[in-house]
Design a protein around this ligand. Structure first.
Ligand SMILES: O=C(O)CCC(=O)C(=O)O
Length: 264
């Protein structure tokens, strides 16, 4: 399986429309790949909180249209990263879109864990509540977004739902890059799954982005890692390695569920 992670730069000098056109053209250039991944909130920037309102789109808005067409033109599965979605009731969500090679929407995932504690995304956007997996030929994707990476129970639930390849678009900041790399490897090792984590490059809202998109195999080995700048990270991997790893080192079978909290 060939995957291309498009670590696009999100800088304020470029308009959303220009970046959308550029992203669509980068997706088309990946024709021949099986799966293409874009990062989180690449139209506005994950830290450009004041742009979320104006940059918000209905689910089937301009980014949906452009990405559906690009996926169909390239004939690839496309995880188009996430958009600030404005739902019919006006609520904003950080929503990821996955398209099939015919350009049809295969899944939409509203980010469950919102980042910012008492500000930013955590107060501006609503929380998703649904796990999302997507069946591809040869593997099942489990979908999560950025800050979700810090919550292992979400990934375990995705594994229980059949996920073998965990796809994590992000807008991760440079100042916590060591956590990004460590957590991507941890999620791969503990779930015996591939992790494809695609970040952004550039600086927006004064926050330098980490870049360093990374692909980790079910044994925790880093198959490919990008640098800090805009880059397309392409990697070949064998999805059957998930089943082999889980069979040869069957740690997932030793889970003990339903532990009780001790009474004091
Ligand atoms: O968890 C982190 O350190 C970064 C999370 C983040 O930037 C996000 O979810 O947008």
């Amino acid at each position: 399986m060939r995957a291309s992670l498009i670590q696009i730069a999100v800088d304020e000098g470029e308009t959303t429309e220009a970046r959308r056109l550029r992203a669509a053209s980068l997706v088309r250039e990946q024709a021949g790949a099986d799966l293409v991944v874009l990062p989180e909130l690449w139209t506005t920037g994950a830290f450009a909180f004041e742009a979320f309102g104006d940059g918000a789109e209905p689910l089937e808005g301009p980014t949906y249209e452009a990405m559906a067409k690009a996926a169909g033109d390239a004939g690839v599965w496309l995880h188009a990263g996430s958009i600030p979605e404005r739902a019919a009731d006006g609520q904003l969500y950080n929503t990821s879109l996955v398209f099939s090679p015919s350009g049809d929407l295969a899944a939409a995932y509203r980010k469950i864990h919102r980042f910012g504690f008492d500000k930013g995304e955590a107060v501006l956007m609503g929380a998703g509540h649904e796990l999302v997996t997507v069946r591809l030929p040869g593997t099942t994707l489990g979908v999560a977004t950025c800050y979700d990476l810090r919550f292992p129970e979400l990934f375990r639930s995705l594994v229980d739902a059949g996920a073998e390849t965990l796809v994590v678009p992000a807008g991760w900041p440079e100042r916590r890059r060591s956590h990004w790399t460590l957590l991507a490897q941890a999620r791969a090792v503990e779930n015996q799954a591939f992790v494809l984590a695609c970040g952004t490059a550039g600086t927006h809202a004064g926050v330098p982005q980490a870049g360093h998109s990374i692909v980790v195999d079910p044994w925790g080995e880093v198959l490919a890692e990008a640098g800090a700048d805009e880059e397309v990270l392409t990697v070949e991997f064998d999805p059957a390695k998930v089943a082999r790893t889980r069979e040869q080192f069957p740690a997932l079978k030793d889970r003990v569920l339903g532990l009780e909290t001790p009474r004091r």
